[in-house]
Design a protein around this ligand. Structure first.
Ligand code: MG
Length: 343
């Protein structure tokens, strides 16, 4: 679909699905924002829990194209994104696809990478974790071999066979582990017992141990936990940070949750003021959205940006990993190039 509004032209590519493994796929929508012959690329990725779909994203983008066209100057970033945000509540992935395309465009208009515009040292990036999903124990062992390049592992737990999974990993690897429970421990006493058991297992932190709405129990756990606990589902946007500041040691910022790079950068600044640790994560995304998130990583403590490595049909070349360390390139904007012949 092409909407021909001057001076900005917002293109929506056909709905697409990125495939991970043999069993599942995630719907995405690709956007392009054009100005003076330059094109910024964006992406919306819609994992089920965000309640967005191809249909809702395309409907939102149709409205956004009209709003964007009211602006003459793409450098009015904050005003443009504020107006887009006001179109409807939620729709955070659709909003992120506009934010990413706009900031890619701004970088290209200035011929500068976004990390440079953000005054970041591109060598100061963290090592990304490599994700081990909940799987058969033999498959987990196999994935650890595949992840040999990576310095940190990310392990998903859900309250079933957790100790068996950790013991299996520790039988073949002593690499530091980030744990992601995805709200899977339903009881605070069980959560504390598990965290205490993990304390001597070289664990970096535990992400979202308890259900997101359970802030009283999260506060209880925060006060007692011997390991840092990070909020993921409990913190989506800037306004959520102050609500979780007394219940977690750190937060996981994802572009698809928080509407994109502009708000993510504000969240990083606020989290630093509050002395919170910061992880930048991703959904199932191509190298487009992940390279956008990676521009911010010199500002954070941890990264979980292995999304493009876990899909089979990446559409872009973007950031790379050097022994697991995020490696930013010198290309303007978010630093991505469409792969030949795929789009
Ligand atoms: Mg998580």
């Amino acid at each position: 679909m092409k909407l021909a509004f001057a001076p900005h032209t917002l293109y929506f590519k056909r709905p697409f699905k990125i495939a991970h493994g043999t069993r599942s796929s995630t719907p995405i929508v690709l956007t392009q924002l054009e100005h003076e012959g330059f094109i910024g690329y964006g992406e919306a990725s819609m994992p089920p829990y965000l309640s967005e779909s191809h249909e809702t994203v395309l409907a939102f983008l149709n409205k956004a194209a009209v709003v964007i066209n009211k602006f003459q100057n793409p450098f009015e970033i904050e005003s443009i994104l504020n107006e887009v945000d006001k179109i409807a509540p939620n729709n955070t992935a659709a909003k992120a696809s506009i934010d990413i395309a706009l900031l890619d465009l701004i970088g290209k208009l200035q011929n500068k990478p976004c990390w440079q515009i953000l005054n970041c040292d591109k060598n100061n990036t963290p090592y990304s974790t490599y994700t081990l999903g909940i799987d058969e124990l033999e498959i987990i062992k196999q994935k650890i071999i595949e992840a040999s390049e990576f310095k940190y592992l990310k392990v998903k737990l859900n309250g079933e066979n957790d100790k068996l999974i950790i013991n299996t990993i520790r039988s073949v690897s002593d690499k530091p582990i980030a744990i992601d429970v995805n709200q899977g421990w339903k009881d605070k006493y069980l959560a504390l017992e598990m965290i205490e058991w993990l304390t001597d297992k070289n664990v970096l932190f535990v992400e979202q141990p308890l259900p997101k709405e359970n802030m009283d129990d999260s506060f209880w756990l925060f006060e007692k936990s011997p390991l840092p606990i990070f909020a993921d589902e409990s913190v989506q946007r800037f306004s959520d940070i102050d609500k979780v500041k007394n219940c977690f040691h750190g937060i996981n910022i994802k572009l698809m949750k928080c509407t994109g790079m502009f708000e993510a950068n504000k969240m990083i600044k606020r989290a630093r003021e509050l002395n919170l640790k910061i992880l930048v994560g991703c959904m199932s995304e191509t190298s487009c959205a992940v390279s956008a998130a990676a521009q911010l990583t010199p500002l954070v403590d941890y990264a979980d940006l292995d999304g493009p490595l876990l899909i089979k049909n990446d559409l872009y070349d973007g950031i790379t990993f050097t022994n697991g360390k995020i490696t930013l390139n010198e290309l303007p904007g978010i630093g991505v190039v469409q792969k030949e012949g795929i789009i």
